[in-house]
Design a protein around this ligand. Structure first.
Ligand code: DGJ
Length: 559
């Protein structure tokens, strides 16, 4: 049965049963959307799974088309397929009720001319916990658009999420923006996702102390939140479960009674999530692109809410946000933190698809791309400030490689047959794929400081595809099998435009005489390439010393 027929059937069954059909569900069609592939949620663009090989612009770059002119070429030259950039409320509604989308249209034009997709960031009521991008008619009318107050009753330059007029105005503007995108981009799909607001939450205090906020804080926790937590009790993020367990999973009471010393953060997450979710719903009804929010992370285990934005979508508050704002399809971490892997692991819990819209743009972006898309079936990766990346940044070659192999990666996401890895503090790693245990050893000769990283796909129980830099792989049988494992063949290969080509057979020094698969450091991280002649063997250099190749490796067992 075709998807369209299925959809029509579903819609008729829902309407016959009197179930409300969200407007946006009716016309999702070919509009970019998320879809399950096995256990992975993938972004589907133009009917195919798509991985964002992206970069986020500096905040001000996209506010000027003239400024963007040379930037487009640079980004296309770096082989990005997607640019992440802000669209601010102040520039699209400079006068209340009068919308001007000429800047947005120019950005779409620039992207299309360079064959790039866009993820747009709606800088509305909040950007990094403050309200610097709201129009001046909002900034100056602080009676109609009330501010957060501190405990001394002083106003902050931050909109309060209890301001009903602010919610109405932001929703109307976001709806107009999404409606416009629907009008100009429904057939082209240049814009593939939209982020609503940016790194929200409240800084320097754990909660808003304005009168309306204080009144709401004295009320009981809304039954919608309790119902959500009860319904999802078994799958709650463990930190949230622990918070709620503190009251014995109380099913009614004030915020403090139910959430104890975490009450302020949960309260802010619920009210911010409700506000931003309502803004998002208003836009999604106009044009149903995938919508998401991003998080300013908790910096360390000792930080208290307010030292990081209180109530923002940090991973421990994801359940509260899901209850308040079911419209969001994913929660995205901005990872500047050195604990990159740990943050990824926190953000893939309870089925959240991994998308990293911001990260350092240093050379660690290369291993992080491998790790995000191969280990966590990620939707995409994007370093911040990409418009100022150095010339010849190695991400350019990395993204070209991933563009070529994207059909393979997306085919294997969600199957359990792919792993990604990157060296952090450890010198070895273990991966179980196919019929074997694969030991990864980063301690390669000529290593310098460059980390090892890569990906492995099990094409069959005894056949692997590998790529990366600076690691060895040895194989052993699973489940206590006493057999020995040898490498039957190792072939250099490439995958481009969905076609395979093969290079050298690497069955001698190239795989240490059948002992281990070898991936020399690719040059572009300036790794010393001196090989120890005394070691007795010389692995073959990659065809191009600063580019990735794949190896297809078949193994076998013997007694
Ligand atoms: C995180 C924010 O989300 C970005 O908009 C930008 O301000 C960066 N920080 C700057 O490092």
């Amino acid at each position: 049965m075709s998807k369209t027929v299925l959809k029509i059937l579903l819609i008729s069954v829902m309407s016959a049963a009197g179930i409300a059909i969200p407007l946006y569900a009716e016309n999702a069609g070919d509009i970019p959307h998320l879809e399950m592939n096995g256990t992975a949620k993938q972004l589907i663009v133009d009917g195919k799974p798509f991985i964002i090989l992206g970069g986020e612009l500096h905040n001000s770059s996209s506010s000027s088309l003239a400024h963007m002119e040379p930037v487009w070429d640079k980004l296309a030259g770096m082989n990005l397929n997607t640019v992440i950039m802000p669209v601010s409320w102040e520039l699209v509604e400079p006068v209340e009720g009068e919308f001007d989308f000429s800047l947005v249209d120019g950005l779409l034009r620039g992207a299309r001319e360079h064959d790039l997709k866009l993820v747009l960031l709606w800088f509305g009521s909040w950007k990094n916990a403050v309200s610097s991008y709201v129009p001046s008619w909002v900034k100056t009318d602080y009676k109609r658009f009330p501010r957060v107050k501190n405990s001394e009753g002083e106003s902050r330059e931050v909109l309060s999420c209890f301001g009903k007029e602010s919610l109405r105005a932001d929703s109307r503007a976001f709806a107009a923006f999404m409606k416009h995108l629907g009008e100009v981009d429904r057939d082209d799909h240049t814009v593939i996702m939209v982020q609503v607001e940016n790194e929200t939450g409240l800084l320097n205090d754990s909660r808003d102390r304005s009168q309306s906020a204080e009144r709401a804080f004295r009320e009981n926790v809304p039954s919608e939140l309790i119902d959500y937590l009860s319904k999802h009790k078994k799958s709650l993020i463990p930190e949230m479960r622990e918070i709620w367990a503190g009251s014995g999973f109380a099913e009614s009471g004030t915020w403090t009674e139910v959430f104890g010393s975490d009450a302020d953060e949960v309260f802010m997450a619920w009210h911010l999530g409700s506000y931003i979710g309502a803004v998002a719903e208003a836009g999604k009804t106009e044009y149903p692109l995938p919508l998401f929010v991003n998080a300013w992370l908790v910096q360390d285990n000792f930080s208290k809410p307010g030292q990081y934005p209180s109530g923002g979508p940090v991973s421990k508050m994801m359940d509260v946000w899901r209850a308040a704002a079911p419209v969001f399809e994913l929660y995205a971490p901005d990872i500047y933190d050195p604990g990159f892997k740990a943050v990824c692991e926190r953000y893939v819990r309870s089925g959240n698809p991994l998308f990293i819209p911001e990260a350092h743009r240093d050379f660690s972006a290369v291993p992080k791309t491998f790790y995000t898309v191969a280990e966590h079936d990620g939707i995409g990766f994007a370093p911040y400030g990409i418009d100022e990346a150095v010339d010849d940044h190695p991400l350019g070659k990395t993204y070209r490689f991933f563009t070529d192999i994207m059909p393979l990666i997306t085919e294997y996401q969600g199957t359990g047959n792919m792993a990604g890895f990157m060296e952090t503090d450890e010198t070895t790693g273990t991966v179980e794929l196919g019929d074997y245990i694969l030991e990864i050893d980063y301690d390669m000769f000529g290593k310098g400081d460059a980390p090892g990283y890569g990906l492995i796909i099990a094409l069959a129980p005894d056949e692997y595809l590998m790529a990366g830099s600076g690691f060895w792989v040895t194989f052993s049988p699973k489940h206590g099998d006493k057999n020995r494992v040898g490498i039957l063949s190792a072939d250099e290969c490439w995958y481009k435009d969905s076609r395979w080509t093969y290079g050298r057979r690497l069955n001698g020094d190239g795989n240490d005489g059948g002992l281990r698969a070898q991936f020399l450091h690719v040059d572009f991280l300036n790794t010393p390439r001196e090989l120890p002649i005394s070691s007795g063997f010389m692995p073959p250099m990659p065809v191009s010393p600063d580019d990735f190749t794949l190896q297809r490796i078949k193994v076998y067992t013997y007694k």
